[in-house]
Ligand binder design. Structure first.
Ligand code: GDP
Ligand code: MN
Length: 385
């Protein structure tokens, strides 16, 4: 679960990480009131779950009330890379002397958290990693020993921070690690981590991803979900209890069981196609779950063809066929479907589909055959559309 910048900063503050003071606002009037309270100059920052807000015009420095009002008006409702701004964060302006970068992620291959730090902050860190990899200092932390003070000093020292801030930068990294562990985060990133003119060290930005599976242990964090920032299909699937992941291709995928769905993605890729999503209807899906899943898949306008790959174990193929027939009645799809039904009650399921003679539904006997067919149909449908 991703947090907005200000939610991340509030979480940081609870762990003693210095952050500028600020207030969230969702209307221009509230933003101006917050700016008056914080004082000028202040920064008006778009709160969306995507980076690069500065470049997109979503971060503005206001020197007085009129500017704060103007920027809040401009930024609220703005679209940043497909995310609508519903909230701004009004923050006391910082006087920036240096911009650094810090992050902590899991390195699964090393089975340990990886802490990264660079003095080349404030910019595109992927470009830094690509062009000057030596500028990004990395340390793996033994999860049982934890982050030690010398880790922080070494990161700061090796990256070449100014001598007077080696200790405060190290201390901030140590608290960042505490936050990462205590909140069960998957990622914490601070870009930029700044040194001010007064030589204070602060987190000026915050990107935090919490482990959604651990939220039951953190009831306060669970309340930080931002449904208005979630993808429309993901939100719809979440409400319907379906496992759904949006991808960026054009072929809708529905299978039963995560393993089967993952193999289906691979086979579609092997056939030269590009999946639009990962939808696992789960084991033992009944007809209504199938209808619900088809609605989610088709609500994504990028989908040009759909592949149903069902291997019936607990799931009965005749139930899936009934669900598909019902879905066609309710949703009336305009894109082609390819269906592979195998396993429990597959003969009955295929018979039901044959009897229903649904428009533009193709049955295939094998998974590879089905993948090749759907890729072909998506290409043809794309050309026609
Ligand atoms: P991002 O573009 O989404 O990563 O948003 P950031 O919060 O990182 O802000 C982008 C840039 O705006 C930062 O790298 C800073 O250069 C600048 N910025 C943000 N807040 C302040 C501030 O208080 N004072 C000054 N001078 N610049 C700021
Ligand atoms: Mn940033």
């Amino acid at each position: 679960m991703d947090l907005l910048e200000y939610q991340g900063k509030q979480l940081f503050a609870r762990h003693g990480i210095p952050v500028p003071s600020g207030k969230p606002a969702s209307t221009v009037a509230d933003a101006v009131a917050a700016a008056d309270e914080i004082g000028y100059p202040c920064v008006v920052k778009a709160q969306v779950l995507i980076g690069g807000r500065g470049k997109a015009g979503g971060v503005k420095l206001a020197k007085d009330r009129a500017e704060a009002e103007q920027y809040a008006t401009d930024i609220l409702g703005m679209d940043i890379k497909g995310f609508t701004v519903h909230e701004v964060w009004i923050e006391a302006a910082s006087d920036i002397a240096s911009e650094y970068y810090a992050s902590i992620v899991f390195d699964r291959a090393a089975k340990a958290p990886l802490v990264m730090f660079s003095t080349k902050g404030g910019m595109d860190i992927e470009a830094v990693a690509e062009e000057t990899p030596e500028a990004l200092v990395r340390i793996h932390v033994d999860p049982l020993l934890g982050f030690q003070d010398f880790h922080g000093r070494r990161l700061a020292f090796e990256a070449g921070v100014d001598a007077d801030v080696v200790r405060p930068v190290g201390a901030l990294l140590s608290k960042l690690y505490d936050a990462f562990v205590a909140e069960e985060a998957m990622l914490v990133e601070v870009n930029p981590l700044i040194v001010t003119g007064d030589r204070d060290v602060k987190a000026l930005d915050a990107k935090v991803t919490l482990d959604g599976n651990s939220l039951y242990r953190h009831p306060d964090n669970a309340g930080l979900r931002n449904p208005s920032q979630e993808d429309e299909q993901e939100q719809m699937a979440h409400e319907r209890g379906l496992t759904y992941v949006k991808l960026d291709g054009d072929i809708g995928i529905l299978g039963n069981g995560a393993g089967l769905v993952m193999s289906t993605l691979d086979v579609v890729a092997q056939a030269g196609g590009s999946p639009a999503n990962f939808l696992d209807a789960g084991g033992g899906s009944k007809a209504d779950a199938i209808v619900s899943a088809v609605e989610v898949i088709l609500s994504d306008t990028k989908v040009r063809a759909v592949l149903f790959n069902i291997f019936g174990g607990i799931t009965r193929c005749d139930e899936v066929a009934k669900g598909l027939i019902e879905a066609f009645d309710v949703v009336k799809p305009t894109v082609p479907f390819v269906v592979r039904l195998d396993g429990t009650n597959d003969v009955a399921g295929r018979q039901l589909l044959a009897d229903a003679s649904l428009p533009n539904v193709h049955t295939e006997a094998t998974m590879l055959g089905a993948a090749q067919k759907v890729v072909e149909l998506a290409a043809a449908h794309g050309a026609a559309a």
